[in-house]
Design a protein around this ligand. Structure first.
Ligand SMILES: Nc1ncnc2c1ncn2[C@@H]1O[C@H](COP(=O)(O)OP(=O)(O)OP(=O)(O)O)[C@@H](O)[C@H]1O
Length: 874
């Protein structure tokens, strides 16, 4: 190791400090990687692995990526969960001659990305810190590309469940933690099942109370934590302190744009567990995880990236506070009615860049001249937006107006200082306007004069020498030179000094050309340095307005979402819901917001819903396969959710009593990778509902119990209806779709249970789906007819019908007497016997009703009688 070259020693010393990172080691115009890093990077990035002499016997494995296209390589690596440490040359006057000092200037991890080209424009990039202790779990999360930071904490046995719900909601790209065990409950595999993210164990000391408190106070320049509402929130403090420590360790940079951490409680928002988020397809579809086909897809008519991100957050976090929902709804109503204002706002918002991320980069110190121009262009539309808002009257819009700062001083500063079309880099000059800085102006003049002197020298020398093709050019190696083609060499004057010979030309310099050149180059060097300094000053000056710009950005994002709501409400015929504290959901002609968008206009059949916490709290919905049961139930959940987001809803009329949680148990979702069978998944989702639902919840159950044998399934479904519908247990508003027709017996037995079915019409041997929900239970499943529609062969269908007939004949006695007795305890024994007969032979009686004896041949009548006797025997 003693023989190591100094550079390689420097590399290994740094690598020792950043063991868990891939070190991007800057060498000239490349970032190089060595040893293990090189092997990993060459594999992941598919780049050639070479070797470099490092002073040892063996050459060091090496690979590299060009500096100017490093971003795309970094993006690939962090996408795959690697951390990348960026090592640059550091200017150090004290360093010995010939020694280039290098240091790590920043670590990029999946959750700490700030560069726009490494980010999804319409999504936040969150990093989360989890603090597990026996007192509870603290969570803090932030997005350094916008400066947002929030924290909360969970206690008691439900803490892990709440943590998983929050993780599902936030989808952090990276999680740091002190431990992932809560009261002996290991959480890691559950977290991995919820979100595909990078989990890193972080230094335990960073979570310690005193350290974390000091970190927060230092970062936010506070003497006490009361101002942040964190004085008695020890779990939140631990998580937030550690998160700040991690961000500072990795970013090694100002995090001034994180100027606030907001404490929230999960009860502020409607709680949606991971199953419900997925089942309702809020932001992506179950099938291919695409936005198209999700609720977000229908609702997103935003014009700014920050609006799009806020919309996603609003969808993930429907409100519970009636007043806040109402104020959003009122604003949407005003924007819906006032088409002119809405159209103008849309156009103006379309000119606003991503202010949240722009200001984060400005404050962070990596914004360029173009970013400042984008900021200026965005600020230019603010007066017009403010003017329109000042003519609108609802309180939410007034509040938005109050938070939009015109930021004239920032706009004027950029306007005065920065040229309209600055270059991408800030180290090559050409950014600052002449009029802004006298010294820059005079240097530029010197350069221009020098260049025009050189241009005039060219024509003067052509005249003097008579060489028409003589030209003066410039390159980085020789500076300015005079070039003469070989055929004209005889005319070259004596005082020309030869500098270079080319195949068919010679290059010369003269003392006076060199003098002017040094004046031009000196001025160019100076101006580049000066422009850089001036630019940094301007950027820092704008950075002082970070908070105001962030507040403005938040207000514009909210405005954008409200305008988007108004637009879809107008375009798709949504209406304003009435939001109440009453426990009811009353919808007239409701539609599924997504399914209706996938069919021609007017084809979707609207349906009513009445759920309350009294007579109509539990709807058992039967109907054939494909009738529309799942669509109907999801539509109710989505209408409630949209209402609590503050958006109009796809219905003619809707009164929505606040829902604290929506639970869904929909369809089969195998989780075999987690070692759980379909039935096991179904039961754990059901357990989650039974353990956590309250009377204020909305529960959607689709075919509970179908993953096991018919009797087991029916018994579970039956018990679930009894349990949920009972006030003493839950009493929540529930929609339950089932193919167990036996459950329809529960209407009349259990309070609040009502039967509904989705109607179909028989047409010969086929059925026509009417899609209309009506009171009462369905009398048939029509499974075989649906199978026929799906293309199952006639032979199989025919045989299935035969089997069904047999089964139905056998099935008459199943469990009915017990159920029947329970239903009619008041009847005397004679009546009971008669009713029981009717009940037991219901199939025979129904069959008899259909017999058209008058139109039968004697043989047919005999056959029919024979069948009836058989039925009774069975
Ligand atoms: N109200 C409606 N108006 C028009 N089409 C509808 C309506 N409801 C459902 N559909 C159409 O019917 C299809 C089947 O609906 P859905 O999946 O809800 O049926 P289902 O009763 O739940 O079936 P299964 O019992 O087999 O799960 C939907 O994909 C949709 O295209």
């Amino acid at each position: 190791m003693e023989n190591l070259t100094p550079m390689m020693r420097q590399y290994l010393d740094l690598k020792e400090l950043y063991k868990d990172c891939i070190l991007f080691f800057r060498l000239g115009d490349f970032y190089e990687m060595f040893f293990e890093d090189a092997i990993t990077a060459s594999k992941e990035l598919e780049i050639t692995l070479t070797g470099r002499d490092c002073g040892l016997k063996e050459r060091a494995p090496m690979c590299g990526v060009p500096y100017h296209s490093a971003d795309s390589y970094i993006a690939k690596l962090i996408d795959r969960g690697y951390k990348v440490a960026i090592c640059e040359q550091i200017e150090d006057p004290s360093a010995a001659k010939g020694i280039v000092k290098r240091d790590v200037v920043r670590i990029i991890t999946p959750g700490t990305v700030i560069d726009p080209h490494l980010l999804q424009e319409k999504e936040n990039n969150y990093i989360m810190a989890i603090y597990c202790s026996k007192e509870g779990i603290g969570v803090s999360f932030g997005d350094i590309s916008t400066g947002e930071m929030r924290t909360t904490e969970f206690f008691g046995p439900k803490a892990p469940c709440s943590l998983l719900d929050e993780i599902a909601k936030i989808s952090p790209r990276e999680i740091i933690f002190n431990s992932l065990t809560y009261l002996d409950h290991p959480l890691e595999s559950e977290i991995v099942a919820v979100v595909n993210t990078n989990l890193y164990l972080f230094d335990a000391w960073a979570f310690e109370k005193d350290y974390a408190q000091k970190k927060i106070k230092d970062h936010f320049h506070l003497l006490a934590l009361d101002g942040l509402g964190l004085a008695d929130k020890e779990l939140s403090v631990a998580a937030t302190g550690a998160l700040l420590e991690y961000l500072q360790q990795t970013q090694k940079n100002s995090l001034k744009h994180i100027h606030q951490v907001r404490y929230y409680t999960i009860e502020q928002f409607m709680i949606l567990d991971k199953f419900t988020r997925r089942n309702l397809e809020l932001t992506e579809t179950i099938r291919d995880k695409s936005k198209k086909g999700s609720l977000l897809w229908v609702m997103d008519k935003t014009n700014t990236a920050m609006g799009a991100r806020m919309l996603r957050r609003w969808i993930e976090e429907p409100l519970q506070d009636v007043a806040s929902i109402q104020s959003r709804l009122d604003a949407v109503e005003e924007l819906k009615v006032n088409l002119l204002a809405r159209e103008d706002l849309k156009e103006l918002l379309g000119q606003v860049y991503d202010l949240e991320r722009l200001v984060a980069r400005i404050s962070y110190g990596n914004a360029n001249g173009r970013d400042l121009i984008s900021l200026k262009l965005s600020l230019e539309v603010l007066p017009e937006i403010r003017k329109i808002l000042s003519n609108l009257s609802t309180s939410r819009l007034k509040n938005i107006l109050d938070h939009i700062d015109p930021l004239e001083e920032v706009r004027n500063l950029i306007d005065e200082a920065i040229v309209d079309d600055p270059p991408l880099t800030i180290k090559e000059g050409g950014i600052i306007k002449d009029s802004y800085h006298p010294e820059i102006a005079s240097l530029r003049e010197a350069i221009t004069n020098g260049k025009s002197w050189i241009a005039s020298l060219e024509s003067k020398e052509r005249q003097l020498t008579g060489i028409k093709s003589l030209k003066i050019s410039y390159n980085k190696v020789f500076g300015y030179f005079i070039e003469v083609t070989k055929s004209n060499l005889s005319a070259v004057p004596q005082h020309y000094m030869r500098k270079q010979t080319l195949a068919n030309a010679e290059r010369y310099i003269t003392p006076e050309l060199k003098e002017v050149e040094s004046r031009i180059l000196g001025a160019e060097e100076k101006i580049v340095e000066l422009e850089y300094q001036v630019f940094i000053q301007i950027r820092e000056e704008i950075g002082k307005h970070t908070k105001k710009i962030q507040d403005t950005a938040t207000a514009l994002a909210a405005l954008d979402v409200l305008v988007s709501f108004a637009e879809i409400s107008d375009k798709f015929g949504y209406t304003k819901p009435v939001i109440t504290e009453k426990e009811e959901i009353h919808i007239i002609n409701g539609r599924h917001p997504v399914v209706e968008r996938t069919m021609p206009l007017g084809m979707f059949v609207a349906n009513d819903t009445l759920l309350d916490c009294n007579e109509n709290r539990f709807a058992i919905i039967t109907g054939p396969n494909m009738a529309g049961k799942s669509t109907y139930m999801r539509q109710v959940a989505l209408i409630v959710l949209m209402a609590q987001i503050g958006c109009f809803v796809p219905a003619d009329k809707a009164a929505i009593g606040i829902v604290d949680r929506i639970f869904t148990r929909v369809g089969a979702s195998d989780d075999l990778s987690q070692g759980q069978s379909t039935f096991m998944v179904e039961m754990s989702e059901l357990a989650n509902i039974l353990n956590n639902a309250t009377r204020k919840s909305l529960i959607i159950l689709d075919e509970i119990g179908r993953g096991t044998s018919t009797y087991d399934g029916l018994s579970i479904a039956w018990a679930v209806v009894e349990h949920i519908s009972n006030y003493e247990n839950i009493g929540a508003r529930t929609l339950f779709a089932t193919h167990y027709h036996e459950l329809t017996e529960l209407e009349g037995i259990l309070d609040g249970v009502k039967n509904y079915c989705i109607s179909v019409k028989e047409h010969g041997d086929d059925i026509i789906f009417l899609r209309k929900i009506i009171r009462g239970g369905a009398d048939q499943s029509y499974g075989i007819q649906v199978a026929k529609l799906a293309g199952i062969s006639e032979t199989v269908i025919h045989r299935a019908k035969q089997i069904l007939e047999d089964l139905e004949a056998h099935d008459i006695n199943r469990s009915k007497p017990t159920l029947w007795k329970k239903k009619h305890p008041e009847k005397n024994s004679q009546e009971q016997q008669l009713d029981l007969f009717t009940y037991q032979y219901e199939g025979v009686i129904n069959a008899l009703k259909k017999v058209d004896i008058m139109n039968m041949t004697p043989m047919e009548a005999m056959n029919c009688l024979y069948k009836l006797i058989n039925m009774m025997k069975n």
